[in-house]
Design a protein around this ligand. Structure first.
Ligand code: ARG
Ligand code: AKG
Ligand code: FE2
Length: 330
């Protein structure tokens, strides 16, 4: 349950990652210490930074740099990979096209999703069917992004092992029909810099992305250095900065983990305001349940939270599709 946290903790996950293929990982002292920190962070803030994650810094930076280069292109060039319902909502969306809390967001983005083969989930998957639209320019965009997605999927799977232990379940609780075949979403996002009222750009305090929760399991955000913009709401309604910390990802809990944990962990509200004069890029990777997973509170979490189910069950793919199909003005 979100508390009055004033800062977002930093967790070194390297002791957890080192033991993830060990069947006795839950007896390891180093793992237990990470699990303890994950449990506290997920209960108090629903947000934490991870360091010691093993993703090469050069790749993390390349992903942001390629995104900058793409967003720097002329509008007509970016429109070559325009997102439409017919493209499975994959591709480029212009500034103001995404809507949060009824207002246009001051960001542009490329949205991509794990490939959904035609018919693989019947009517459920239909709206998101399609292949991703990668730009030809800058060169190597697709191969760098694909490598990044592979590595972040593994990292998130391993952090979820720690979170499973933190909930009192087995480290492989989320394998198999829950999230053994995880869906993923990635958003490459660009937020124009702010100018004063007489300037030509965005007005100061325009919202880059309105307050929202994330939809799935675990989000990993790779944000530009030196531009504080992401804010997280605590229980008394204060907005706490998730300032960029080089070498880390900002991680947060999504709606499906809130349900699985029966509210022990919350999907915390957050928003983005870029009041710096600089153009900001962030890359959000969303690690999700199986597309067709039915999410209901885990028995062990129910017991810890008074024995009653606080949330109705949800099918992840339905939740995602209902969000995606109402997020845009097109
Ligand atoms: N997939 C996302 N997390 N998108 C960012 C959230 C913004 C979206 N318009 C919403 O309100 O939910
Ligand atoms: O830009 C960021 O730092 C976060 C973006 C975000 O919250 C989202 O896309 O869900
Ligand atoms: Fe978010």
């Amino acid at each position: 349950m979100a508390s009055n946290f004033k800062f977002i903790p930093i967790i070194d996950v390297s002791p957890l990652l080192a033991k993830c293929s060990d069947p006795l990982m839950d007896e390891d002292q180093g793992v237990s210490e990470v699990v303890e920190q994950l449990d506290r962070a997920c209960k108090e803030a629903g947000f934490f930074y991870v360091k010691g994650h093993g993703i090469p810094d050069s790749l993390v930076q390349d992903v942001r740099e390629l995104s900058h280069k793409f967003f720097d292109l002329p509008y007509e060039e970016k429109l070559k990979i325009k997102m439409t319902p017919a493209s499975g909502y994959r591709g480029y969306q212009r500034i103001g096209e995404n809507i949060s809390q009824g207002k246009p967001d001051m960001h542009e983005a490329i949205d991509c999703y794990k490939e959904l083969k035609p018919g693989s989930y019947g009517a459920l998957g239909k709206p998101l069917e399609g292949a991703n639209k990668w730009p030809d320019n800058p060169a190597n965009f697709d191969s760098v992004m694909e490598e990044y997605i592979t590595l972040l999927t593994d990292l998130a799977r391993n952090i979820m092992r720690g979170i499973a232990l933190a909930l009192g379940a087995s480290p492989n609780e989320f394998e198999g029909e829950k999230a053994g075949d995880p869906f993923w979403v990635m958003r490459l996002i660009g937020y124009p810099g702010a100018f004063d009222a007489n300037g030509s750009g965005m007005a100061e305090n325009d919202i880059g992305c309105g307050a929202h929760t994330d939809y799935g399991l675990l989000t990993l955000v790779n944000q530009d250095e030196n531009i504080p913009a992401l804010q997280v709401r605590n229980m008394s309604g204060e907005w706490i900065w998730a300032v960029p910390i080089p070498g880390t990802f900002v991680c947060n809990i999504g709606d499906m983990l809130k349900i699985w944990s029966n509210g022990l962990y919350q999907s915390t509200l957050h928003r983005v305001i870029n009041n710096s004069p600089k153009y900001r890029v962030s890359v959000a990777f969303f690690y999700e349940p199986n597309f067709d997973a039915l999410i209901e509170p885990l028995e062990c979490c129910k017991q810890k939270t008074g024995g009653i189910e606080k949330y109705e069950g949800a099918v992840y793919g339905e939740h995602l599709v209902s969000k995606v199909t109402t997020n845009f003005v097109m």
